[in-house]
Ligand binder design. Structure first.
Ligand SMILES: [Ca+2]
Ligand SMILES: [Ca+2]
Ligand SMILES: [Ca+2]
Ligand SMILES: [Ca+2]
Length: 494
């Protein structure tokens, strides 16, 4: 920043080493409802402001206006024409200058008024070039009056030839500089016709970054100034990310999805999206397992403004379990027509769920009695995501037990006159664990039913159940020749 002033004309107003009293005619207030606050700035040292009643706190204040900004050099209290010079007027008064309506927040100018000071016609309070809109004079001494006939505030302008730092306007990458920033009221002669020429022009857009500005000011009286300064526009707006929830399905055979790009859109008032850093937890790109994952991303533009977005990434298991259901073959338990099966060699796997989390429902129910036959079993397996698979298999229980025949020996005698008997029924009893006796085939040698001659005949029978299990029994038929008879008769033996 560089400023050069030149002043050609003398001021019309009251001047003090280049500073001018700017208080005259400005708006004033006081704590008193009866005192005339404006009497202190009417330019007449014979009209005075006075609060002389007993009050715990008395104050007077002036508003110099918020534009232009004044740089206060000093405040002067004129206290002429006092009738009693020892009245301790303004004793302990404090002068402050600043931009706050709360007196206590503004810097103090000079010292409090001492006892010695109260006898002076003029009291001066240096303000060390404080920029101020308000000047206040307060007094806490309730028994002393607050009196002054004129308050003079000596100031020059805040000539705002300063480097300017501004922030971006919402949604754009520039700031439009208000013209007040570089206006300079013609302080010297009270006119306000300033010709300002700035390069670049100041009523336009200043983009993010630094811009060198050079201005020349001239008033009609030939006073002028040049000012070179920098305008810095800072991006204060965070990026705007749009993070939608994402849903995917598991890849074949595995419990995850692999994602290499997310539909995240991020814009910024200044930076292109490839200049906006992003940091996500968990990291984008990669393996996301079945289930929901909350992803939190932070986006940061080059100026460090950041924005966070959170979204949910859902990977759904769409793959049914894979059961392996082999056929089952068992044999009958001893003496009965069934097998008892309490476990089946079923293996089920899933891309996501452990096998103990996969429900199974079988018809008929697994575990229990399976009879000697073939049974079709259908099982449905369902994983935790509701994907199901069916498998069918056959349970075969084989009858491996032969029939149990009882073949008693047969003893009989010949009938009179013949040397043989005709036997039609043998006392053979056969049982089987599975088959009724009428389903058990029998084959005897010699054939049962027929003529058995006197003597002994060995009979051998083979019994076979439907499963081909066979049993043999052997017995002897003994026919005793008692006497011969003419005719042959049938003998029934039971
Ligand atoms: Ca006056
Ligand atoms: Ca930004
Ligand atoms: Ca699955
Ligand atoms: Ca059998």
């Amino acid at each position: 920043m560089k400023i050069t002033f030149w002043i050609q004309a003398e001021a019309n107003g009251k001047k003090l080493d280049g500073f001018t009293n700017i208080a005259t005619g400005k708006t004033t207030w006081t704590s008193s409802s009866t005192a005339l606050s404006e009497a202190a700035v009417d330019g007449d040292v014979n009209t005075c402001f006075l609060i002389d009643d007993v009050q715990p706190s008395k104050w007077w204040r002036i508003d110099l206006g918020n534009y232009p900004s004044y740089r206060i050099y000093e405040v002067k209290l004129i206290n002429t024409n006092r009738t009693d010079k020892s009245s301790l007027m303004t004793y302990n008064a404090t002068v402050r200058a600043g931009n706050s309506l709360e007196f206590g927040e503004n810097p103090v100018c000079g010292d409090q008024v001492s006892l010695n000071d109260t006898s002076q016609d003029e009291l001066v309070f240096p303000c060390i070039l404080t920029f101020a809109r308000y000047i206040s004079i307060e007094q806490e001494q309730e028994v002393y009056p607050l009196r002054f006939c004129e308050v003079e505030v000596y100031a020059d302008l805040e000539f705002l030839c300063e480097d300017i730092i501004n922030t971006t306007e919402p949604g754009v990458n520039f700031a439009s500089l208000a013209s007040r920033v570089i206006n300079m009221t013609d302080f010297v002669n009270g006119e306000s016709q300033i010709n300002a020429e700035c390069t670049p022009k100041l009523n336009g857009k200043f983009y993010v970054g630094k811009t060198d500005v050079s201005c020349v000011f001239n008033d009609t009286a030939g006073n002028g100034a040049t000012c070179d300064f920098e305008v810095t526009v800072v991006d204060v707006e965070p990026p705007t990310p749009t993070c939608d929830n994402v849903a995917r399905i598991t890849l074949p055979g595995v419990n995850y999805a692999y994602i290499d790009s997310f539909p995240i859109i991020v814009t910024d008032n200044v930076d292109k999206n490839n200049l906006i850093s992003r940091e996500c937890t968990p990291t984008l790109h990669g393996t996301f397992y079945a289930g929901t994952t909350v992803v939190r991303c932070m986006f940061k533009d080059r100026s460090g403004n950041n924005a966070i977005c959170v979204f949910v990434f859902t990977v759904t298991d769409v793959e049914p379990p894979t059961p392996t259901c082999d056929n089952v073959a068992r044999i009958t338990l001893p003496g009965v027509n069934y097998a008892y099966i309490d476990s089946f060699p079923i293996i089920v796997t899933d891309n996501v769920d452990e096998d103990n989390l996969i429900s199974r429902e079988c018809t008929p129910t697994l575990h229990g009695t399976f009879y000697a036959e073939t049974t079709d079993v259908t099982c449905i397996f369902e994983d935790q995501s509701g994907n199901d698979a069916t498998c069918e298999f056959v349970v075969t229980v084989a009858d491996v037990e032969p029939p149990t025949p009882t073949c008693d020996n047969v003893t009989t005698i010949t009938l009179p006159g013949i040397n043989c008997v005709y036997i039609v029924l043998f006392p053979i009893v056969v049982t089987d664990n599975v088959d009724e006796d009428n389903l058990i085939s029998r084959e005897c040698t010699p054939t049962l039913h027929g003529t058995f001659y006197a003597g002994t005949t060995d009979v051998r029978c083979v019994f076979k159940d439907r499963s081909g299990n066979n049993a043999i029994c052997v017995f002897v038929v003994t026919v005793t020749d008692v006497h011969c008879q003419v005719s042959q008769q049938k003998v029934h033996i039971r």
